[in-house]
Design a protein around this ligand. Structure first.
Ligand SMILES: C[S@@+](CC[C@H](N)C(=O)[O-])C[C@H]1O[C@@H](n2cnc3c(N)ncnc32)[C@H](O)[C@@H]1O
Length: 285
């Protein structure tokens, strides 16, 4: 660990000793692949999935689970991860925290007419609502009458471990009910309505791209002014949380800002200076 102390402090350790050996292998497999520590109901679902797949392939459950890391098992691994993840999200969720990004990062950059590009990463974006929310907020800031100088370019990236979630984000198609979170005027400006769905209008938004990415892996997207990583740490084991924070640290520009979720309960090292609720500025080592 490269800084002074991180603890998710939320998830009680899973009691492994009373579990069957199949369940122990399942929990270890999930933690190795994702860093997640599953609750009971998820263990039940994953166990049913693993039993069905193992029996279809005439394998033991443990052999099947161990095979999930193989390159040839990508489809099964994707399904396993889709079953393992809680992908709850919505447009304009926890906007007070996102507003801090506006106050501490975007407003100052816009005020001095920084050349940019300003880079923002929503690092566990689920089906994309969080990064689209940031995109709408940026667009609305850019639209304000210029205080000084030209507007910088913005690049927004949304990533998630779950292929299904990223495919939804890339399709940019959301149920009409999302309008209640967006409000009528944003829904009309940033989305077309098509056959009972809201479809993103990319030309109204800054540049936004999506990619599948496991936060246990080294970051590969360059460095960012802002990383938003909300509502993931709650589900991670302590060792996975340490690894993820190290990876996020490597992806922040000096002076960059990290935004966590209200329930993430992280204790970060001294290089992360609190600048608002669940919002930290990172100083380079
Ligand atoms: C509860 S959602 C949070 C979505 C969004 N950040 C928000 O707050 O609305 C948690 C997301 O973390 C993703 N996730 C879980 N483990 C991950 C990992 N190791 N790397 C990247 N994403 C992960 C899940 O697929 C899920 O979409």
């Amino acid at each position: 660990m490269s800084f002074g102390g991180v603890s998710s402090g939320v998830n009680a350790p899973v009691q492994r000793s009373t579990r069957s050996s199949d369940t122990q292998v399942l929990i270890r497999t999930l933690e190795r692949l994702t860093g997640l520590r599953p609750g009971e109901s998820r263990i039940g679902r994953l166990t049913a999935f693993a039993h069905a797949r193992a029996s279809a392939q005439e394998q033991s459950v443990q052999d099947y689970l161990r095979s999930l890391s193989r390159r040839t098992m990508a489809d099964d691994r994707d399904e396993f991860i889709a079953l393992a993840t809680n992908r709850e999200t919505s447009f304009f969720r926890g906007t007070r925290q996102l507003q801090l990004v506006g106050d501490h990062v975007l407003d100052p950059l816009l005020a001095v007419g920084a050349p940019g590009p300003v880079r923002i990463w929503s690092a566990a974006c689920a089906s994309g609502e969080e990064v689209l929310t940031l995109g709408m907020m940026v667009r609305e800031l850019i639209d304000r009458p210029a205080e000084r100088g030209p507007r910088p370019a913005f690049q927004l990236l949304g990533t998630d471990i779950c292929r299904r979630a990223i495919e939804t984000a890339q399709n940019g198609r959301y149920p009409m009910i999302a309008e209640s979170r967006l409000g009528r005027s944003r829904a009309e400006r940033f989305f077309d309505s098509d056959d009972g769905a809201l479809v993103v209008r990319p030309d109204e938004l800054p540049n936004i791209s999506f990619a599948i990415h496991n936060l246990l892996d080294a970051p590969r997207f360059g460095q960012f002014d802002v990383v938003v990583l909300r509502n993931l740490f709650f589900y991670l084991s302590d060792s996975a949380a340490v690894r993820v924070i190290d990876n996020i640290e490597a992806a922040l520009k000096p002076g960059g800002v990290l935004v966590l979720g209200a329930n993430d309960g992280m204790v970060l090292g001294s290089r992360f200076e609190p600048i608002g609720a669940h919002c930290y500025r990172w100083s380079a080592r």
